[in-house]
Design a protein around this ligand. Structure first.
Ligand code: COA
Length: 258
């Protein structure tokens, strides 16, 4: 792969988008490589928690590649949007926790990529925004849907209508990120968080992700039914026997992840 690098170490896969000359902007090839990478990681038992970041110290992802925009017909624009949405939905649907380590600009498709991850941590220099309106277009990789669901309609429309950038501390205050770290420590801190997640039962995490995302947008009654079904399914795993047994024996669990 030219633009997407994957390193797997002790259960943690780090996916780095590396197209630094364009601030890691997403062209068709980057999207194809991201998709291939997440399809591989889904099947790879060596990867249990996934971190997504951008190469360099300036940008996470500065958006979809704007150089493609001028020639798009309306029908091609729709296909362009659907393609980006599909790749990001694949990431969101991962049953392995996916964490964005936002190391700089997270604009347009970059902010939308972070939104498709399950958790988001930012460096102090990170800047978030949906600047599409400045180009006379709208967010098309899920931003009009995921941003309001995460931060509420008021904060989302503030960013989506103004196109302005929010600094990391503001992103934290609106719930767009989980925490902010000094830039030099971002990856180390995110790896520490990934390590904590890695130590828990991965089957339980997969069912948690399923219940949360399948239940989102449904009625409370429908969501609770999804939860009860997931609760039943997790009781078919070996890990749940080990978890309760270890607690009762006052020892740390040794999950087999099955
Ligand atoms: N698509 C294509 N190329 C992009 C890009 C994008 N989204 N974002 C940055 N680049 C390219 C620039 O064109 C430039 O390429 P060049 O050196 O070949 O001219 C290179 O990346 C560096 O960007 P530059 O604008 O010179 O850096 P900067 O530090 O002055 O500004 C930004 C940084 C992020 C503020 C600015 O690049 C920007 O506004 N980018 C577009 C963000 C955006 O609107 N994203 C949403 C797209 S829908």
């Amino acid at each position: 792969m030219d633009f997407v690098k994957v390193e797997i170490n002790a259960g943690i896969a780090r996916v780095t988008i590396d197209r630094q000359s364009k601030l890691n902007a997403l062209n068709g090839q980057v999207l194809d490589e991201l998709e291939a990478c997440f399809l591989d990681l889904k099947e790879n038992p060596e990867a249990r928690v996934i971190i997504v970041t951008g190469a360099g110290d300036k940008s996470f992802v500065a958006g979809a590649d704007i150089s493609q925009f001028p020639s798009l017909s309306p029908a091609e624009a729709q296909a362009f949007s659907v393609r980006g949405q599909a790749v990001f939905s694949l990431i969101e649907a991962s049953l392995k926790p996916v964490i964005a380590a936002v190391n700089g600009f997270a604009l347009g498709g970059g902010c939308e990529l972070a939104l498709a991850c399950h958790l988001r941590y930012a460096a102090e220099n990170a800047l978030f925004g949906q600047p599409e309106v400045k180009l006379g277009v709208i967010a098309g990789y899920g931003g009009t849907q995921r941003l309001p669901r995460l931060v509420g309609t008021g904060h989302a429309l503030d960013l989506l209508l103004s196109g302005r950038m929010a600094k990391a501390d503001e992103a934290l205050s609106m719930g767009l990120v989980n925490a902010v770290f000094p830039q030099a420590e971002l990856l180390e801190k995110v790896h520490e968080i990934a390590g904590v997640i890695l130590a828990q039962g991965s089957q339980a995490q997969a069912y948690t992700l399923k219940a949360v995302y399948e239940g989102a947008g449904k009625s409370m009654a429908a969501g609770l039914e999804i939860e009860a079904t997931a609760f039943r399914e997790v009781f078919k795993t070996e890990d749940r026997i080990e978890g309760a047994t270890a607690f009762l024996e006052r020892r740390a669990p040794e999950f087999k992840n099955r």
